[in-house]
Ligand binder design. Structure first.
Ligand code: PLP
Length: 419
């Protein structure tokens, strides 16, 4: 079956034909290609067409697909059994490695997705502080747990309202515009005694890439310290992408709790939350905040995650950043030559090229970008074998597997796009 036939069948079996909404490619007025195989920087669809990948499973595959060390570790682990539901070596080894690279995660717990990590961290912050409210930022996405589905970014921004989420649940969710420290201060001044935590993407990746303004993260840190609230960095995207120690290392701000996902699973389903020992010890069975998981600490995912983190220590982050900067500078120049107003946000190996003539610093500005122009760009890039996120409000990722030739081919394709 080709992609068209598969999508037709999929739509009879799954809502929208997909298991996660953006994959349906509605936002770019297209249909998805179905992937059969992935290796290095490339994807192949079921019709054998090759694509240079800039999605990388939405971030996890920073080493490229099927990195030999990661595949070998996963295969070896499978040969020892796929799941035990009992403690295993891999959990300890991965936790130790994470702790080495992100020292603020003194203790941690493995779960199976980023959503589980963030919802558990929120529960823990509430259990620890005995407070109910929390602050989240408009356009930040923390997975699909009820409390976070208020002004969320990513695919959640494309659906009207949040049917299925009782108002009582989101009534504790206090919203602020990203990079607006005054709005956060106002929340604390109004209800500081009942704010359990701030959860923030330290560099936002779900309204397109949006960098934290100078002093923003430090301001959040100071307010949390002043009011006894927990600062949670949701590093599901930024962890091991912005640097080996994540956004917290890059920006030099230490949160109380951190949530991870994506890269730490090496392409397998994993999430993790952790932080200060004093807070983490409120989790059962030591404390009384409850959270559990049948597949938590899955040995195959732990092995793939550990191999990924080890491999990353041999990788040159600065070189990838410099190459990504060169790629994006040239992309912007090409678009400008075509008379397209674009604005670029980039950090490390992540970027978003917005079709807008203004800088993008929050969700309002991200929402004002030209989605028609992005759809045109996306469709024509895909037709030339360049696989970008099927929505303008997502990040593009480069990987250690991308070659200079891949980047050159990408630029060649961009030169041919007609608006
Ligand atoms: N937090 C952030 C910052 C994310 O980008 C995502 C997913 O993209 C999540 C949490 C949820 O992770 P998952 O999709 O693994 O549930």
């Amino acid at each position: 079956m080709n992609s068209k036939e598969l999508f037709a069948k999929a739509q009879t079996l799954m809502p929208g034909g997909v298991n996660s909404p953006l994959r349906a490619c509605k936002y770019v007025k297209s249909e998805p290609v179905f992937i059969e195989n992935a290796k290095g920087a490339y994807l192949w669809d079921v019709e054998g067409r090759q694509y240079i990948d800039y999605v990388y499973s939405w971030g996890p595959q920073i080493l490229g697909h099927q990195d030999p060390a990661v595949s070998e570790a996963a295969h070896k682990a499978i040969d020892l059994g796929s799941s035990y539901g009992a403690p295993c070596f891999g959990e300890v080894a991965l936790a130790e490695e994470i702790n080495k690279l992100i020292p603020s995660m003194e203790m941690m717990r493995m779960v199976s997705s980023g959503t589980e990590a963030t919802m558990s961290a929120l529960r823990l912050a509430r259990g620890y502080t005995g407070r109910n409210k929390f602050i989240k930022f408009i356009g930040n996405y923390h997975g699909h747990a009820d409390a976070f589905l208020a002004a969320a970014g990513s695919a959640a921004a494309t659906v009207p309202g949040t049917p299925g989420v009782p108002e009582e649940v989101t009534s504790h969710t206090l919203l602020a515009q990203y990079n607006d420290l005054d709005a956060v201060k106002a929340h604390f001044e109004a209800s500081g005694d009942d704010i359990a935590c701030i959860i923030v993407e330290p560099c936002a990746g779900n309204m397109g890439l949006v960098l934290p303004a100078e002093g923003f993260l430090q301001g959040l840190r100071d307010l949390c310290t002043q009011y006894g609230a927990v600062l949670i960095f949701d590093e599901v995207i930024t962890g091991f992408r912005l640097s080996r120690g994540g956004a917290q290392q890059r920006y030099g701000i230490t949160p109380d709790l951190t949530t991870l996902g994506k890269i730490i699973g090496g392409g397998f389903p994993v999430g993790c939350y952790g932080g200060k020992r004093e807070i983490m010890e409120h989790m059962a069975p030591v404390g009384s905040v409850f959270q559990a998981g049948t597949l938590s600490g899955n040995p195959v995912a732990m092995a793939a995650g550990l191999a990924t983190l080890k491999r990353l220590q041999e990788c040159d982050y600065d070189a990838l950043e410099a190459r990504t900067k060169k790629l994006t500078d040239e992309l912007v120049a090409i678009m400008k030559e075509k008379g397209q107003a674009v604005s670029l946000n980039r950090v490390a190996s992540a970027f978003t090229m917005y079709f807008s003539d203004k800088p993008v610093t929050n969700m309002i500005e991200s929402g004002q970008c030209d989605s028609e122009a992005y759809a045109t760009y996306w469709q024509q890039m895909l037709a030339q074998g360049i696989y970008l996120a099927p929505a303008g409000f997502e990040c593009a990722f480069t990987s250690f597997a991308h070659t200079d030739e891949d980047f050159e081919k990408t630029l060649e394709a961009a030169r041919k796009v007609e608006f």
